[in-house]
Design a binder for this molecule. Structure first.
Ligand code: FA5
Length: 329
């Protein structure tokens, strides 16, 4: 290979390995140029100078060509890699699925909207309660059989997970002076044999109104207004006598509605209500006032509105169940 052929071979070496082979063949210990340089020794001084200069020039030219080709190959490799790894910043990003509120949260928000629009304050209370607020001050004396209906979980220091939202009646009244109107949403607990309609933890909404000459008619009106706001004008409500130690008289209330699945019209029993018992007012130091209270299960309302038949489905955390209820309440 003469000098020009060598330069052409270098300039068209397809990759680093081919280039390295050429370097060895031309400039290595046994390379063509090296051999020729070694041959200089046999020449006379005059020829050695001219041939030697020429050989060194060629050697430098070959080295420069090899470096240039090496640089070109490296640049080409880098460009190929950049092209392969190219990111198109104008592509739309991966879709993040939009979250949503749990059905129970939606129903709770809807209820709070209704009561706020009726002028009620919204308050929340502790889930870990004491016997005094959950029972005593609500006129459940120790050993009273009504306690059995609300068996719950106790801590070793004698406190308990509240069985209903009614203890907030006591806490709220102690912190205010009448007149007052408040609703209390919250989680409650019972030592329950769990089945399709009973969970060991569920949610209630409590309402309490206290003032001068608050009557049972006001209670009826408040329940009807809530039912109307939820289900539309003309919704009928019903009170049936019942017993809770902290109200007298006490009742269960129901609303007349059309079941969304069966299409049947029927009474939907929601919860308990009544006029605040004088012993409860005594416990919070209120005099010369009357009031009403009602409380009901939020799961119950959510289930009948959506056709969920097993309360446990609301707590399984299975998105296939829950995502059916985006924006239903
Ligand atoms: C009470 O808890 C009273 N505090 C309600 C009340 C408030 C009466 C103010 C008078 C004045 P009761 O134990 O009936 O009442 O429960 C009320 C509602 O909670 C029931 O109607 C039902 O809808 C719901 N509920 C009760 N137990 C469970 C349970 N284990 N799982 C799901 N929901 C339940």
């Amino acid at each position: 290979m003469d000098h020009d052929e060598a330069l052409t071979a270098i300039a068209s070496a397809p990759d680093a390995r081919a280039l390295q082979d050429l370097r060895v063949r031309l400039l290595g210990k046994k390379g063509a140029i090296t051999e020729q340089l070694r041959g200089l020794a046999a020449l006379d001084p005059e020829a050695r100078r001219t041939v030697g200069r020429e050989l060194h020039e060629r050697k430098s030219a070959l080295e420069a060509a090899i470096e240039a080709r090496k640089g070109a190959l490296e640049r080409a490799a880098l460009e190929a890699r950049l092209a392969a790894e190219r990111v198109d910043l104008t592509l739309p990003g991966p879709r993040v699925p939009a979250g949503g509120h749990h059905l129970l949260t939606q129903v709770t928000h809807r209820l709070l909207d209704v009561f706020r629009s009726l002028g009620y304050d919204v308050a929340v209370g502790p889930e870990l309660e004491d016997d005094h607020h959950n029972f005593e001050a609500l006129n459940f004396p120790p050993e009273h059989p009504a306690r059995d209906a609300q068996d719950t979980f106790w801590t070793t220091d004698g406190r308990l997970l509240r069985t209903h939202t009614s203890p907030m009646q006591v806490r709220y009244m102690r912190e205010r002076t009448p007149p007052l109107k408040v609703v209390v949403p919250g989680r409650v607990f019972r030592n329950e044999a769990v089945d399709a309609t009973h969970e060991a933890q569920f949610h209630q909404l409590e309402a309490l109104v206290v003032g001068e000459r608050v009557t049972m008619a006001d209670l009826r009106g408040a329940i009807t207004e809530m039912a109307t706001a939820l289900l539309g004008t003309g919704t009928r409500t019903r009170l049936q006598p019942s017993y809770f130690p902290f109200v007298e008289p006490g009742a269960e209330f129901a609303i007349w509605w059309t079941h969304p699945k069966t299409g049947r019209e029927e009474w939907l029993e929601l919860g308990g209500c009544g006029m605040v018992h004088p012993n409860v007012f005594r416990a919070v130091g209120y005099e010369n006032v009357t009031g009403f209270a009602f409380g009901f299960g939020i799961e119950r309302l959510a289930m009948v509105r959506t056709g969920v038949t097993d309360i446990r489905d609301l707590y399984r955390g299975d998105v296939r169940v829950l995502e059916q209820f985006r924006g239903v309440a």
